[in-house]
Design a binder for this molecule. Sequence first.
Ligand SMILES: [Fe+2]
Length: 371
Amino acid sequence: MNTLPDTLILPPETRLGRGASQQLLELCDAFGGRGCLVCGQSQVRSGALDKILDKQSSDVELRVWLHPGSEPTLEQLEDLLEIVRAHNPQWVAAIGGGSVLDIAKAAAGLHHAPMSVLSYHDGQPIPPSPTSFIAVPTTAGTGSEATMVSVLTNSDTGVKKSIRHPSFLARLVLLDPDLLESCPKEVLAASGMDALTQAIESYCSRGATWLSDTFALEGLRLIHGSLDKGYQGDSDAFLDLMNGSYLAGIALSNARLGLVHGLAHPLGARFHTPHGLVCAVCLPPVLAFNREVISEKYARMSEIVGEDLLAYAQSMVGKLGIRNPFAGKALHDPETVIEETLASGSTKANPRPVAQEDVSTLLNTLFQAEA
Ligand SMILES: [Fe+2]
């Protein structure tokens, strides 16, 4: 196994601690006097946005854009880009969950890009962006603050996939566990299961290195020790949960993922199911599928969680009140889902090679299960 990936991707500056998010505008000054702040609706309701705006210095020209909700679409990105291009900021900061971070990241990254959003989503190469992206996550899960990836859905075709460029990476990350206080329980559960899945999949990925293994295992240890407690409302667990999610994000950014994430995009796009929820229900059957080829790593992870890893993943789904959103539903285009799953970069990084029949079996397991 290599020590480092061919390209090492790490955010250059990360600040963490209670109240860290309130330094946002002061720290953004270093990136220029004109900025855009992209924010989720829940940060308006919780008062987190007001707390940040209270610290605004009079000489910063700031535009605020509220993400309308749901997982980000190309249309939403076009709306945000219109604002960004009119205001022409030197930086775009995001405070919110993975969807808010992903759309703001893409807006900073495509600020000066000459082609349509659709062309880049369809695979046209993305030019480097001079606009800085700053990330303040309010959920512990997606790891978007640590990656150069933005996941976007084309609502016309239903295709959900990522666009990426090294210049998308956040120049500054603020990890503030206080922001988890207002995170709804079901969001905390789903995003926490995304983080858990990302720690496990990046650790087992074909692209794993010493560096990603180190981050993934520590991420797993922190998430294991804090997810259930955080879900029960123990705010002392939030710092570990946020750190664990961030470490898993760095691991995936440098190692890629696996079959759970290969399935998650086509299924999430068809059923409009939150990403973390899809990950939570796909994780146990995919672990069972991979188990025979990852025996050493499986044993190491079982040691960290203090029980058989698959049993642990199943018990967490139950403890967090997660129900299978696909149970008893009909999948109308299984062939296309199989095709999209097999084409995914995540599936290609899965430790066990994946064949068409394997995906078909997994889909049957998910859709024929009891809720
Ligand atoms: Fe994920």
